[in-house]
Write a new protein. Sequence first.
Length: 394
Amino acid sequence: MIDSSKMSALTSWLVAGAPPKQDFAGLMGEIGKRVVATGLPVNQFGIYQNMIHPEMPGRYNYWTPAAGPHLLTITADQLRHGDMWIGTPAATCMKSGRMVVHTLGQSPEFDHRPNAKQDMKRGYAQFVYTPLHSHYSLAASVAAYGTKTEGGFSEDEIYALRLIQAPLARVVEAHVLHAGTVQVLSTYVGRDAGSRVLVGNIVRGDTEAIPSIVLFADLKNFTALSNARPASQVIETLNAFYDVAEHAIVGNGGEILKFMGDGLLAIFPTPDDLAAQLAAATCAISALEETRAALVAAGRADISFRAALHLGDIHYGNVGSRSRLDFTAIGPTVNLAARLMAIADDVSAETVCSEAFHQLVPERTELLGEHTFKGFEAAQKVYGVKCEDDRNTA
């Protein structure tokens, strides 16, 4: 028996935006509990979402009274090919924009699927899928309700599920739009810059000084490569390099600020604290070593790069025109790091560093000479950074 007062309370709560604000897993659990509290025989409640995400755009968040919330992800390739998504009841519902009822054992168009057979073994009798129509996001989401009640949901119960369809759609769409915004900003401008934009740091000229280890890196012989190979191979090489480099840099506490053609600019923020600066310097070296080792392990010995490291304050913030802004890093620290990288080949070193960086890890560096750089009056000492193998054999 459906409790009409609790059903009304559920609808009003959804219309109000399902307060208080919480992560989507927590939200799923709360919705599931409230749906069950109405008397609806729901043994599984889930939401299929098509997110803006470069690697895992498909998501199925689901909740059961016994096990709580879970998340299944679907890759972009799986969304386009194969039967993990295509032809499923949820995909049919999302594509058609109409409710789909899958009564297990009585729906031959769906019963042959492996997940249907698994659901039957778990005791499920029926799943009802309702489209959650979007006003602003690109793709609709789908709500899924599974029951183990013999015969499935009654007509009155399905009617009740449809009553919460529209308010549930608004709650889910708000989450999809927010999560998509966060993901797009993080993907295109970086995690830190993205979070700054979201909290309103969008005034042109707003910058702050951040003490950091600065890392520049770029591919060797890229001009010859790009002139000799098809664009698709050049892009594949760049993506392979960036994938490996990002994993190593982020894993060691750094952040890539920019991809620049065949190179990148990354920082390892550190307070004005010697121990913290030493840790950041060590992490930066580790990131470079791990990147090179991972490229070799992946069979990409054809990808080689040079790098430069420096310590100092960078000026980080909004720079641009009135209608087009960019988060960027500027200042003498960035300039010197760029100049250092430009002469790495000239001094026959894969990784070079400044005097400031050398002072943090003198055992990891060796003096290569002094050089005069454009824009810097005094000659600058240039050091080569020893890799771990070099130290072990020294």
